[in-house]
Ligand binder design. Structure first.
Ligand SMILES: [Zn+2]
Length: 696
């Protein structure tokens, strides 16, 4: 923990909670008989004014240099409003979305370490456009020698290819039963169509065979470890065609995630007979692949509030078994499917309010921590359901393996537990990865362009879940410290930066923790907790199983809150602005027996912010004052004139904390009152009822 976060924490924990009192600043005539009391004469120290030179100002202000800090974003800079996306942030009356239903048949060859199979995509064109070509995502081509991703990310990095050479082998490509060609361009491929797909419901059936060698380190999104296979980005997938960009053809470089259409999947996986396969979706043929005992335990687990071992520790032993078995899974209203297989999985399952929560792990590598994974999975599904929207799928699976943490519909990959077997060593990742079931699995944003709508939203909701699981957990200091570290390292970029263009060292901050902090600060200080919770759930309700753009989120928050937040989006999403508001000076005046405190505030960067002041009097009592963001519309200095009962001896800015003020030294004056001991940024949890079930 660095000094800055230590300070924030100290401020947050310093004293008992105080109730904020809103007081309208009083404007008084400065002419006439006014007694000016400079409190320095009362023996109180005065904070010297912090003056920044131009370079420091520019540095703090980042890339947003608008003279008017409250300059409104021209709403026409955002896509729409139009018939597809409404000005209010909801899907428009003619909103449309493509659909892709898949049938996939694949085999795992553990000798050749290959997956091969065939895919049939039934594609529905709901757009108003005639499509004469379609685009596919061919993610395995990241491992083709000379791929763009292998040039961009060092081979030994998290997203790197580690020298592995593979890629898709495609054959037998057909559209509507007629031979076709995929024109491959790195990780994307275009098929020109003999017969165009007509608008508003036209269909095409695209099929082909595919095969690839499984990389050991699949850019930390898939891979294998000995006999364990974790398979994802594994079949040709339809690119998204939407009303914003048409075909979304951003290639897969490794660091940027995915943007996918919704559909139903039928998947069958043939694997060595001794293997257990876990996958997205629901197992369709348990009688063919599970023993009678396993089927009985699974049925019991579906109704049990305590964890049932479907494959026990004693049974989880690799036994050479001749032949193969085919596992069939079905998934509805999902963007993707992934799976894993091993010959010695332990398999635990438990009921989570009607959802089957499951954990698959190899005891020797995953360790004792994973014996808690099914319970952790159930907890996570139950809690996010209570907080944001009901989990809509029938099952939720966690698999232990070499992948650090990666999410797919109903199925997440989480790293092995630590050597001590501490359940906490995996909880954070299990919680985070299942949080992705809401963002982006249900709320289907474009992850490849906007990490903050995926990792950022998820990191925001994780803060509430962690505080529920381990009461008092305050994620705020670590979120802000991580953001600050990227600024100090000179690798800060706006949140709107596509993830592949974020410095890999800054991804944790820019993709995850800075948006987490920025959303917490927006909720706690600007929009207000109750209103923000309402707006956030409304966004989830509006865009479940759809493709929201950033503007749809911004517009929804503005419409629910009734606030123009252009300044907030400008500073913290479009720019790299940093907030530094400080107290310059405090003077006392008296008029007709009434005391007035004149608090001079200074904004040392382009970023405005509403101000919360706590004034302290000689008897240690306090008075809270809230000033709206509009005080900064006229410049970088504001004199707040406040009616008070007695001379003020000290002032503290933002006593409740959870404000990303970059410079704490100018946030106090005199003998300041203590900051509120308000626990954490998420104290009190979310307000109100959940936004309703996110049904397909
Ligand atoms: Zn994530």
């Amino acid at each position: 923990m660095n000094r800055y976060s230590a300070l924030l924490l100290a401020r947050a924990l310093a004293c008992a909670p105080q109730h904020a009192q809103v007081l309208t600043p009083v404007r008084i005539d400065t002419s006439g008989a006014i007694v000016v009391v400079d409190t320095s004469s009362l023996g109180q120290p005065r904070t010297s004014r912090v003056t920044l030179n131009e370079a420091e100002f520019a540095s703090l202000s980042g890339r947003t240099t608008a003279d008017d800090p409250l300059a409104r974003i021209d709403r026409m800079d955002w896509p729409g409003p139009n018939a597809y996306r409404a000005a209010s942030g909801m899907p428009g009356p003619q909103y449309w979305q493509q659909r892709a239903d898949y049938t996939i048949t694949a085999s795992l060859d553990t000798t050749a370490q290959r997956v091969s199979g065939s895919v049939t995509i039934r594609y529905t064109n709901n757009s108003p456009d005639t499509l004469r070509f379609v685009w596919l995502q061919l993610d395995q081509n990241l491992y083709k020698p000379g791929s763009k991703g292998s040039a961009l990310f060092p081979a030994d990095s998290r997203w790197g290819v580690r020298g592995f050479q593979g890629g898709f082998e495609l054959s037998g490509v057909q559209v509507n039963g007629r031979s076709a060609t995929v024109r491959v361009d790195d990780t994307m491929g275009r098929i020109d169509l003999d017969q165009p797909i007509v608008p508003a419901g036209g269909k095409a059936t695209i099929s082909m065979s595919f095969a690839f060698r499984v990389p050991e380190h699949g850019s930390d999104r898939m891979g294998r470890d000995g006999t364990l296979y974790e398979i994802a980005q594994w079949y040709p997938r339809m690119a998204v065609y939407d009303d914003i960009r048409g075909w979304n053809t951003d290639p897969y470089f490794g660091q940027g995630e995915f943007y996918l259409e919704y559909g139903d999947f039928d998947v069958s996986i043939t694997a060595p007979a001794g293997y257990t396969i876990a996958a997205s979706g629901v197992l369709q043929n348990p009688t063919e692949v599970l023993s009678a005992a396993e089927r009985e335990r699974l049925a019991r687990a579906a109704k049990s509030d305590s964890v049932i071992a479907v494959i026990t520790r004693a049974e989880a032993v690799a036994t050479p078994t001749p032949g193969t078995k085919t596992w069939r899974f079905h998934a509805e209203n999902v963007r993707d499917v992934a799976w894993a297989g091993a010959p010695d999985f332990r398999w635990d399952a438990v009921n989570a309010d009607g959802v089957l929560a499951q954990a698959y792990y190899q005891q020797a590598k995953a360790g004792a921590a994973w014996e808690q994974a099914a319970e952790q999975t159930a907890w996570t599904i139950r809690n996010f359901s209570e907080l944001f929207a009901n989990y809509p799928y029938p099952q939720a699976t966690s698999v232990a393996g070499p992948v650090g943490g990666m999410e797919y519909p109903m199925f997440v990959m989480v790293h092995y537990g630590n050597e001590a077997g501490d359940p906490k060593s995996i909880f954070g990742t299990i919680n985070h990865e299942h949080g992705h079931e809401w963002f982006p699995m249900v709320v289907g944003s474009n992850e490849r362009r906007y990490a903050w709508m995926d990792e950022g939203f998820n990191t925001y909701i994780d803060a509430f879940a962690l505080d529920r699981r381990y009461p008092g957990t305050n994620t705020w200091p670590s979120y802000v410290a991580n953001w600050k570290a990227t600024v100090d390292a000179g690798i800060d970029t706006p949140l709107m930066t596509p993830p592949d263009r974020i410095d890999a060292r800054a991804l944790g901050a820019i993709g995850y923790r800075k948006p987490g902090a920025v959303l917490l600060a927006l909720r706690n200080n600007v929009v207000g907790k109750e209103t923000f919770d309402r707006a956030f759930r409304e966004y989830v309700r509006r865009w479940s199983y759809k493709h929201p753009s950033p503007a749809d989120f911004f517009r929804t928050v503005e419409n629910v809150s009734g606030m123009d937040l252009g300044w907030y989006w400008t500073a913290f999403f479009y720019g790299t602005g940093r907030l530094d508001i400080g107290i310059d000076n405090v003077m006392m005046r008296q008029q007709e027996g009434q005391n007035y405190a004149v608090v001079t505030l200074r904004r040392n960067s382009a970023v405005p912010f509403p101000v919360h002041l706590r004034l302290r009097f000689a008897d240690a009592s306090t008075q809270d004052v809230e000033l709206p963001v509009e005080i900064w519309s006229k410049g970088d200095r504001h004199e707040a004139v406040i009616a008070v009962k007695a001379p003020v001896v000290g002032v503290r800015l933002w006593p409740e904390g959870v404000v990303p003020d970059w410079n704490a030294t100018n946030d106090i004056w005199g003998t300041p009152p203590a900051a509120s001991a308000n626990g954490s940024a998420t104290t009190g949890g979310l307000s109100g009822e959940i936004g309703g079930r996110a049904t397909p």
